[in-house]
Ligand binder design. Structure first.
Ligand code: PHE
Length: 456
């Protein structure tokens, strides 16, 4: 390690554990429990899962290490970290564009993320009041349709969630969620296990497992491969600076490789558990795996309606889902807030409130895309679908591509080796990382893009 280390003006995590918790909090969110099952269902199951897992292993983990490394070395918002590092490495200051595009992507994602998290909030109350008890699949579908077709109600829940996000970001990440996440993540894990237990009792458990884990490559399209790649970035919070800025608050002595592994494994486990809880229910009740964004809201309530203690477990599940979303949403907006503080002399509170208000406003378009404007489509997609596609499948992989290029083609090996501190016995890990990040990631992202637009 060099002795001229930067210090972040925004503070630092209290320990290596705090970083793991915060990064896991960012990674584990709606992406794992809400999005992973519905895109898996819509893209044919097993083959999609395999492509997704390969993307996590050979692209996601190396990019996560690269992002944490750049963040810890730059110790500022992604824009300013990229600026400082490009100067330091004798390169062009245009690399800050990686920070810009990430900051914009995070803002765009937050705008719709908050709307969906609002659904989860609404479901806490629906579960707790026993609305699901004994309900049929049609009844549960009706509850869902009633919610998403009412813009006013969606707006109320979206507003509440955005306020929750702003409050934590305004307080600073360390005294905000760091404590809560410590208990909530393990609790979420336990309740997912309970749900998997229920799924086992439905008699369709093996159908669900087969759907998830038996690949049939004829079922995955070129677009499906792009969605799997995009989701690997989305679920690990990569390609937009969230993990970079969390890295900028990391202590100097923490191992970047070990912590990145831990986060990626926890995240993947949660996604697979969610799939194992949901698909058996889908098949047991003859529902449609490709039902789209409403999938978990149409399936899990059936389970809560049948199991003993359903209202309690249902309420607990949706509370935990809200927390998982909450610890992700703060990381979506943190790059923007940190940048406003650094460059515009704002205090955290003003910066958080301003960013939150703008993201809230944009979120209204997502709300309408589920009701008043559900017929308005561009390229066959509603506003929400388009925003999700543009951010997760285009902006994040592109961001990741440039991060990979910067970390291994622009930055010197001395710098990356110094920051990653993979020496002695860990030397081979450095070389695997270097090889994957320098060659495999850029090639894979470019090939998947070309493939998706039909060039290959
Ligand atoms: N990883 C989060 C999830 O899976 C979403 C997210 C994406 C958070 C990008 C931060 C940055 O829900």
């Amino acid at each position: 390690m060099t002795d001229k280390r930067r210090v972040s003006m925004h503070g630092q995590w209290s320990s290596r554990w705090a970083f793991i918790l915060a990064a896991t909090g960012s990674a584990v969110g709606l992406g794992n429990i809400w999005k992973f099952p519905y895109i898996t269902g819509a893209n044919g199951g097993g083959a999609f899962v395999i492509v997704y897992l390969i993307c996590i292993a050979i692209i996601g983990i190396p990019i996560m290490m690269a992002e944490v490394m750049l963040g810890r070395r730059g110790r500022q918002s992604p824009i300013n970290s990229m600026l400082s590092l490009s100067k330091e490495e004798g390169s062009h200051k245009g690399w800050q564009i990686v920070g810009w595009s990430g900051m914009i992507a995070g803002f765009l994602i937050l705008s719709y993320y908050s709307v969906i998290a609002g659904w989860a909030l609404a479901y806490v109350f629906r579960a707790a009041t026993g609305m699901f008890t004994g309900a049929t699949a049609e009844g549960i579908e009706g509850i869902y349709n009633e919610l998403v077709s009412d813009p006013e109600r969606l707006l109320a829940w979206h507003t509440l969630f955005m306020v929750m996000t702003m409050v934590v970001v305004a307080r600073g990440v360390r005294s905000g969620l760091e404590q809560a996440v410590r208990f909530l993540m393990p609790a979420l894990f336990v309740i997912l296990l309970i749900l998997v237990g229920y799924a086992m009792s439905t008699g369709s458990f093996m159908d669900g497992i087969r759907f998830l884990f038996t690949p049939d490559f004829s079922k995955i399209s070129k677009a499906g491969i792009l969605i799997a790649l995009g989701h690997a970035f989305f679920t690990l919070s990569l390609g937009m600076g969230a993990i970079m800025i969390y890295g900028s608050y990391m202590t100097d002595d923490a191992s970047i490789a070990k912590t990145s592994f831990a986060v990626a494994i926890a995240d993947t486990l949660v996604a697979l558990l969610a799939g194992m809880a949901i698909f058996p229910i889908v098949f047991a009740y003859g529902l449609e795996p490709g039902a789209g964004p409403g999938l978990i809201f149409k399936t899990l309530p059936l389970a809560f309606g049948q199991m003993p203690g359903g209202p309690f477990f249902g309420m607990l599940f949706f509370i935990l889902l809200v927390f998982a979303a909450w610890s992700s949403s703060i990381s979506l907006i943190e790059p923007l807030v940190a940048w406003l503080v650094e460059n515009h002399n704002m205090n955290r509170v003003t910066a958080s409130v301003m960013s939150g208000i703008f993201a809230w406003l944009l979120g209204i378009a997502t709300i309408f895309s589920f009701n008043l404007m559900s017929g308005v489509k561009l390229f066959g997609k509603t506003f929400f679908d388009l925003l999700d596609f543009l951010t997760a499948n285009i902006m994040l992989p592109l961001g990741g591509l440039f991060i990979a290029i910067f970390a291994t083609w622009v930055m010197s090996r001395e710098s990356s080796r110094d920051e990653l501190a993979l020496v002695g016995k860990a030397e081979p890990v450095y070389f695997i990382w270097y090889f994957l990040t320098r060659f495999i990631t850029p090639i894979a992202v470019i090939v998947v893009f070309l493939n998706a637009i039909g060039v290959l």
